[in-house]
Design a binder for this molecule. Structure first.
Ligand SMILES: Cc1cc2nc3c(=O)[nH]c(=O)nc-3n(C[C@H](O)[C@H](O)[C@H](O)COP(=O)(O)O)c2cc1C
Length: 353
């Protein structure tokens, strides 16, 4: 059982964890991934404590996107969902926050980390981290607008970490309720090691609970990161697509119980369930197959060490072909186990936020 940071004691007004007293777990927001069907599938494997929607884009003409609202209104997982926004216009951010608060959200989350150039070229997402004055203004306006939980998800800086401590000061000044911190700069995108030392620093400095985010690949790694950073919890993105049982496994590990082994057959069933859940009734089959490849890019990191499954599935042209490849690489039998950690050198295609 790791030493849990002091911030854990300050989470009383946040929704309670599935196992009260344990560090928190959250599914990271992921555009075009963390929609309502995906959240439902994840939840059946062992829900995280918190969900976050992909970001609602905010600008002068924006209205909250219907398909993202669906993840809130049709959330039957029993776990709270925070609505994330991205934008630079203070007036419209506040307006959108008010609109989102009419829905059953656990709170409003602000994206200050997106590294997509088309986003950060404006003063949005990770671009905000370059301008302390603007962060101050946006946080002040949203804090005033949101009577309940107002949370922030950010990176440790834009190009360097010069603004890190001043922005942590603003997190405190505006009484942010929860900080999710991806331990990389915007310019680092997803490359290289995660700077867990910066997450540790944030835990020491800010009043609110901190969720450590970035490369948390397994229950074992989650416990190591909790211990190293003292964070109040972990937020997991890509590795929950690969292994949707990760949240349940973390709870088991934290309770000192044996961590469930996952068979390749269970993974095969997960893939089929995901296919059925995320299928759009009138979408062409090939569009559905291609959509599945996005998830399977991650799943494949735990299927075989030579990356043969990934190689074959990327060439599938029909549902029957895709399922045949899954059946071949993920046969029945308890002896065929899914890897706990991604196989080294088996990489998912680079992606962007
Ligand atoms: C496909 C994809 C889409 C993402 N979309 C968002 C998003 O909408 N909002 C956000 O704050 N972060 C987004 N992220 C970043 C993740 O929330 C997370 O910070 C990042 O993937 C690092 O965590 P991980 O190593 O556990 O994946 C996205 C990441 C991926 C891979």
């Amino acid at each position: 059982m790791p030493e849990i940071g002091q911030s854990q004691t300050r989470q009383s007004h946040l929704p309670v964890a599935i196992e009260p007293g344990q560090p928190l777990t959250a599914l990271a927001p992921m555009q075009d991934v963390t929609d309502q069907p995906f959240m439902a599938v994840i939840s059946d494997c062992g829900a995280p404590d918190y969900f976050f929607t992909e970001y609602f884009r905010v600008h002068i003409q924006s209205r909250p996107e219907k398909h993202i609202l669906h993840a809130i209104s049709e959330n039957h997982t029993g776990r709270p969902v925070f609505a994330q926004m991205i934008g630079e216009d203070v007036f419209h951010l506040a307006r959108t926050a008010r609109e989102l608060l009419e829905h059953p959200v656990a709170g409003i989350d602000l994206n200050m980390g997106c590294p997509a150039p088309k986003v950060y070229k404006k003063q949005c997402g990770g671009g905000l981290l370059r301008d302390i004055g603007k962060v101050d203004e946006v946080l002040a306006a949203l804090r005033e607008t949101v009577p309940g939980l107002f949370t922030v998800k950010m990176r440790i800086g834009f190009e360097d970490t010069e603004n890190f401590e001043p922005i942590l000061g603003l997190i405190d000044k505006h009484k942010i309720d929860l900080l999710s911190l991806h331990g990389r700069t915007v310019k680092e995108m997803y490359r290289g090691d995660v700077h867990y030392d910066f997450i540790k620093r944030a835990v020491e400095v800010v009043q609110c609970p901190v969720l450590a985010n970035g490369n948390i690949t397994s229950a074992c790694k989650a416990l190591r990161v909790l211990e190293e950073t003292g964070a109040a919890g972990v937020m997991i993105g890509r590795h929950a697509i690969r292994n949707p049982w990760i949240f349940k496994q973390i709870r088991q590990a934290l309770a000192g119980q044996p961590v469930s082994k996952i068979s390749l057959h269970e993974v095969n069933q997960y893939v089929k369930r995901l296919y059925a859940s995320v299928s759009k009734p009138y979408a062409p089959e090939i569009a559905q197959v291609n959509k599945m490849k996005k998830y399977l890019n991650f799943v494949g990191q735990g299927v075989d060490r030579d990356g043969k499954f990934l190689h074959e599935m990327r060439r599938a042209k029909s549902k029957a072909e895709l399922f045949a490849i899954c059946n071949r690489h993920m046969p029945e039998g308890e002896q065929h186990l899914f890897a706990d950690e991604p196989y080294e050198g088996v990489v998912a295609r680079p992606n962007c936020e």
